[in-house]
Design a protein around this ligand. Structure first.
Ligand SMILES: NC(=O)c1ccc[n+]([C@@H]2O[C@H](COP(=O)([O-])OP(=O)(O)OC[C@H]3O[C@@H](n4cnc5c(N)ncnc54)[C@H](OP(=O)(O)O)[C@@H]3O)[C@@H](O)[C@H]2O)c1
Length: 265
């Protein structure tokens, strides 16, 4: 099986998303980086974003080197809502005044057992995983609706569907974003804006670099048998924002190797 980087560095170019602009939050690494690179390979002009300016710039450079269009914009999405609105405004400006695609990917998954979750972790989970997507959708989806077209993908998690004894609040934020997806699909869908969720499984991303053994262990109990690669999630995002998914509204597409749906023993 090819690695994430092998696949990302040899993406075939196509014009599925040519002429469209996309904001991908948390695209300075991990799943978001793969989403940015895959959307760009399909012709979208992509706003790459994260807190780390060097990694953000490096992702932009890799897209430009592959012949795509991309711009960097750093921001901390735990900032106050007014600052997140300013980020949305600056992102729109960098993309020529129009955002066609929003991928709410930036997310954090700290914390372990309930009694050990710190106040700072609680705050980061709320601000990054729920408040920022809400602010961005509130700012950008009405403008998509005015134009009569647009697509939003929220990155959820398999953990929203399964109770596990070692994490409670993080999965709850992902259950919330899955519900926001359905509500936003109802609110904006009739005006041409499709909103969907992609729910990754245990994914071999930057944020999981220290958990490689745990990921392998978790994947052993799944039909896929191996951890999810960020690029696998990115392909699902590309489908959902493309015209091929024209009739897909409010859905959750699991890219989790079967971890949420199955038990092998
Ligand atoms: N990895 C998994 O197993 C897994 C499974 C299911 C769902 N997910 C979800 O998938 C999404 C991406 O996860 P990942 O594993 O790819 O994460 P990751 O490797 O840790 O990368 C997270 C990305 O989000 C950015 N980010 C984090 N906090 C931010 C903030 N406050 N402001 C702006 N950007 C911020 C990071 O940028 P900087 O470092 O530059 O700030 C980075 O680009 C998350 O929503 C996560 O919950 C992950």
């Amino acid at each position: 099986m090819q690695t994430n980087e092998q696949l990302l560095s040899a993406l075939p170019a196509d014009s599925t998303l040519a002429g469209r602009t996309a904001v991908v939050t948390g695209s300075s690494g991990g799943i978001g980086e793969a989403v940015a690179r895959v959307l760009a390979a399909s012709g979208a002009e992509v706003l790459v974003s994260g807190r780390d300016p060097e990694r953000t710039r490096a992702v932009v450079d890799s897209i430009l080197a592959a012949g795509g269009l991309a711009h960097p914009l750093t921001a901390d999405l735990t900032a106050e809502p007014a600052d997140v609105r300013a980020f949305a405004r600056d992102a729109e400006a960098a993309l020529g005044g129009r955002v066609d695609i929003l991928v709410n990917n930036a997310g954090v998954y700290p914390g372990s057992r309930t009694a050990d979750v710190t106040d700072d972790e609680m705050q980061a989970l709320w601000a990054t995983n729920i408040r920022a997507p809400h602010v961005l959708v509130a700012r950008l989806a009405p403008r998509m609706a005015e134009r009569g077209s647009g697509a939003v993908v929220n990155i959820g998690s398999w953990m929203a569907r399964v109770g596990v004894p070692y994490k409670a609040l993080y999965p709850a934020t992902k259950a919330a974003i899955e519900h926001l997806t359905r509500a936003w699909a109802a609110e904006y869908g009739p005006r041409g804006v499709r909103v969907n969720t992609v729910a990754p499984g245990a994914t071999d991303s930057l944020g999981n670099a220290k958990n490689a053994d745990l990921l392998v262990e978790m994947a052993k109990g799944t039909p896929a048998g191996v951890p999810v690669r960020p690029v696998d999630v990115a392909h699902a995002v590309r489908f959902l924002v493309s015209d091929e998914a024209a009739l897909v509204h409010g859905a959750t597409l699991d890219v989790d190797g079967g971890i949420a749906a199955t038990r092998l023993r």
